[in-house]
Design a protein around this ligand. Structure first.
Ligand code: ADP
Ligand code: 5GP
Length: 210
């Protein structure tokens, strides 16, 4: 079985990444969503082990020391990191594994794992972003302000991503994301074993004909 694709999805807080990912997983079976570890407090409705593994700062630092995280970053006062074991296991099972992480983490993954596919999700405008963040109603005005200012910084790094997905209509956004990931499976460099096999077969054929 071929290995799955590691997909890194980033985008401004409030862009709709979580909503898009949830829908993608509901519609298709080839995906596994990595659950990150964070020191941030759970929002109402969030469960430990589902949205995040909620840990203390000390517990988080222990994971760093044990090299149990593929990457980690600080984002608006808290730490967030990707547990290594789940990602490796699911990729080897052939699943396409999605990391929904911010930009510093995404750049670290790209450095360590160059074959990772990087997708940036954005709302159609900054005004719409503010509306969505406020509409979600999960953060105080101060936190919304820091997240908006962080969005400004993140926009500067968008060009480093492989694909851009505008989350205007949710349904279209989900389908676009799925098609991008599916196409990635057919890249020549992801199919080197097959390419090699066909080359060998054709060489053998030419040889047998001569
Ligand atoms: P993120 O995970 O990127 O921080 P969320 O998935 O929490 O963002 O979405 C932020 C808010 O925007 C939520 O209230 C969500 O319901 C809303 N939202 C997500 N996608 C769309 C969309 N395509 N159109 C309108 N609202 C959306
Ligand atoms: P939130 O607090 O809204 O759930 O997440 C804040 C930001 O942290 C989002 O941009 C989210 O994508 C990012 N994030 C979540 N998990 C990880 C992770 O494991 N590593 C990194 N680098 N960022 C993460």
């Amino acid at each position: 079985m071929s290995k799955g694709i590691l997909v890194v999805v980033s985008g401004f807080s409030g862009a709709g990444k979580g909503t898009v990912m949830k829908e993608l997983l509901k519609r298709y079976e080839n995906y596994a969503l990595s659950v990150s570890v964070t020191t941030r407090k759970p929002r109402p409705g969030e469960e430990d082990g589902r949205e995040y593994f909620f840990r203390t700062r000390e517990e988080f630092e222990k994971l760093i020391r044990e090299d149990a995280l593929i990457e980690y970053a600080r984002y608006v006062e808290n730490y967030y990191g990707t547990p290594r074991s789940y990602v490796e296991e699911k990729l080897s099972e052939g699943k396409d594994v999605i990391l929904e992480i911010e930009i510093q983490g995404a750049m670290k993954v790209k450095q360590k794992i160059p074959e990772a596919l990087l997708v940036f999700v954005t709302p159609p405008s900054v005004e719409e972003l503010k509306k969505r963040l406020e509409g979600r109603g999960t953060e105080t005005p101060e936190v919304i302000a820091s997240r908006m200012s962080r969005a400004g910084e993140e926009a500067e790094g968008m060009d480093a991503y492989d694909y851009l997905v505008v989350n205007d209509d949710l349904d279209e956004c989900v389908e676009r994301m799925h098609r991008i990931i599916m196409s990635e499976h057919f890249r020549m460099e992801r199919n080197t074993a097959f390419v090699q096999k066909i080359k060998e077969e054709s060489r053998a054929f030419i040889h047998s004909e001569s």
